[in-house]
Design a protein around this ligand. Structure first.
Ligand SMILES: O=P(O)(O)OC[C@H]1O[C@H](OP(=O)(O)OP(=O)(O)O)[C@H](O)[C@@H]1O
Length: 162
């Protein structure tokens, strides 16, 4: 279960995300070629695009799994599956997500596509065994603030905050 008591936000800038995803590409290129990429929406769409470019992959499908309503985790539901005649049991395919946290999403995908290679850019301890490759370990209690989920706005100096 995701840790909703996480109080530390770690902002991830676009450039950092691009660099970290490229680091993932360096690992994955050693396992290439892949038949194609299955992106786990929505967070997996962004690294999928970067990885597709680096690994020279043009065949991309997606699986849409909904499990969080903001910060409230429910049962994961597949609202859009992969194209089965194309992806099959996942053999030779790369499944991509931005983050594995509790591992709920990745474990469900592993059940559906048992032979796929699952990769994420960031991984928290509870989910690390659910993925095959990741690059940046993140503490369980840290909440990643991705650039597509954030906007710049003025803040108060730390000393003035309650
Ligand atoms: O390991 P888990 O605990 O399952 O968490 C990881 C999932 O959570 C995030 O997606 P989210 O559900 O926030 O949806 P989104 O990508 O559509 O924003 C992330 O993109 C992963 O898919």
């Amino acid at each position: 279960m995701k840790d909703y008591t996480a109080s530390r936000y770690l902002p991830i800038a676009w450039e950092l995300f691009h660099r970290d995803t490229r680091m993932l590409a360096h690992k994955l290129v050693q396992m290439a070629p892949f038949k194609g990429i299955v992106a786990i929406t929505r967070g997996g769409l962004i690294p999928s695009s970067i990885l597709a470019r680096e690994l020279d992959i043009r065949l991309i499908d997606c699986i849409s799994i909904v499990s969080y309503d903001d910060r409230v985790q429910g049962d994961p539901t597949v609202i859009k599956d992969v194209q089965k005649d194309l992806v099959g049991d996942g053999e030779g395919w790369l499944v991509v997500d931005d983050l594995v946290d509790s591992g709920v999403t990745a474990r469900l995908v592993k059940k559906l596509l048992p032979k796929a290679h699952v990769a994420t850019v960031y991984a928290k301890p509870q989910g690390q065994d659910a993925v095959d490759t990741f690059v940046v370990p993140i503490e369980q209690t840290t909440w990643l603030q991705f650039p597509w989920d954030a906007e710049l706005q003025p803040n108060e100096p730390l000393a003035r905050r309650k």
